[in-house]
Structures are given as structure tokens and as C-alpha cells.
Design a binder for this molecule. Structure first.
Ligand code: G3P
Length: 217
């Protein structure tokens, strides 16, 4: 499963990418607002040091303007993935941009039938929002399971990009459910490799090793 980072914070992103484990980056208007920076400048900066998929979201709600914005964003760098909300106009814009050869991430997906339409439009990625469904008392992960089944049965190539991921358990469950990718806040990514028994075990190994008086180098 591919791991993407869901942030527009360039410093945090660079630290995450330094692990060599990051396959992509997603941003959204809220994350750009939080960064306090110019949208296109942030996307250009990220694409300057990272060559995986970088999602940049359109701000328009009508198809012609979404298409124009998507074309503009795609000009920033070849690895820009245009992010488009899952609306009627968004699906129209997706089909046209995909037909032009642009990568498109269809976002704000909350149902399996929405995901079916995104796949029919040729979306490169579909972003089901797990945490926001959980917030409403639903089981967000069921959506990933349903989309996986539909895409497999009907042989759709659209990649499932699990989004609105809040915990390491979400990452585990998305992986088991067959998500192709998951986009994580940096804090969740950092929590993935941490385990108290790893820290405790390492502490003991280091203590015992020091007692041997040996060195490897
Ligand atoms: O970028 C889209 C998604 O990951 C947002 O997550 O936590 O705001 O629901 P959240």
C-alpha cells in the first residue's frame, strides 16, 4: 500500500519524505489556509523536491472553471494530480481532464456509488473520507471495503486513496480492506513506527551490548 502525507507544511513534509517511505502528498484548501502561504507557490515548492503524486485541489464548483483551474494547476509540474470534489460538475471536469492525460484525485467521497461514478469518469484516485464518516457514528472503513469490491468486480483501475485518516488503526484497517494508498497527517505517520515494546526492547539490547565492551565499527 502506498503512503501519502496529507499536509501543506513543507518542513513537516520534508522530514516525512526523508524516511524514503512516502509515495505521494495530498493538500486541500483547509490545509493551504492553515499554511498561510500562496497555494501555487506551495505546490511548486513541493514538486521541486518530491516527484511522487502531489494533489492540488480546484476551488471552483462549476465544471468549466474546474477544468480551467485543473489545467492551470497541472502546468505547475508533471507530478501534480488535480484534486476535484465529487459533485456532478466535478465528475464532468474529471472526465475531461483525464481525457487530456491529467491525473485526477476525486475527493470528498462518502458513498460507494459516488466512487463508482468517479471510476467511470476515469479518476486516477478516489478519496473516501474515513474519519468524517466515523465522526457521524458510521463505520468509515466499510466504505473502503465496498469500493474495493466494486472496483475488483468491475475491473476499474482507479486507485483507492483512503483519506481523513486519524489513527494508526485506520491505516491498518485500510490496508486490510485493500486500499491502494492512504493519506495521513504527519502525526499519524510518525505514530506508525512507534511501539512501547520496541523502545523497551531496544533499551535493554543497548544496555546488554554496552556490557560486552564490543564495537561493530
Ligand atoms: O485531505 C483530505 C482529508 O484527508 C481530510 O481529513 O481529518 O480533515 O477529515 P480530515
Amino acid at each position: 500500500m502506498q503512503i501519502f502525507l496529507d499536509t501543506a507544511d513543507v518542513a513537516l513534509l520534508k522530514a516525512g519524505i526523508a524516511t524514503g517511505l512516502i509515495d505521494g502528498v495530498t493538500t486541500n484548501p483547509s490545509l493551504i489556509a492553515k499554511s498561510g502561504r500562496d497555494f501555487k507557490a506551495v505546490i511548486a515548492e513541493i514538486c521541486g523536491f518530491f516527484d511522487g503524486s502531489v494533489s492540488a485541489e480546484v476551488a471552483a464548483v462549476d465544471a468549466p472553471t474546474m477544468i480551467a483551474e485543473g489545467r492551470e494547476l497541472a502546468k505547475i509540474a508533471p507530478n501534480v494530480t488535480v484534486k476535484i470534489p465529487l459533485t456532478r460538475d466535478g465528475l464532468i471536469a474529471t472526465k475531461i481532464l483525464v481525457d487530456e492525460g491529467k491525473a485526477v484525485n476525486v475527493t470528498l467521497c462518502f458513498s460507494a456509488v459516488q466512487a463508482l461514478l468517479a471510476a467511470k469518469a476515469g479518476a486516477t484516485y478516489i478519496s473516501p473520507f474515513i474519519g468524517r464518516l466515523d465522526d457521524m457514528g458510521m463505520r468509515g472503513m466499510e466504505l473502503i471495503e465496498e469500493i474495493r469490491a466494486i472496483y475488483d468486480i468491475h475491473d476499474f483501475g482507479t486507485k483507492i486513496l483512503a483519506a481523513s485518516i486519524r489513527t494508526p488503526d485506520h491505516v491498518r484497517d485500510a490496508a486490510i480492506a485493500g486500499a491502494d494508498c492512504a493519506t495521513l497527517p504527519v502525526s499519524v505517520f510518525e505514530a506508525l513506527y512507534k511501539h512501547p515494546l520496541t523502545e523497551k526492547g531496544l533499551e535493554q539490547f543497548l544496555k546488554d551490548w554496552a556490557g560486552t565492551g564490543q564495537s561493530i565499527l
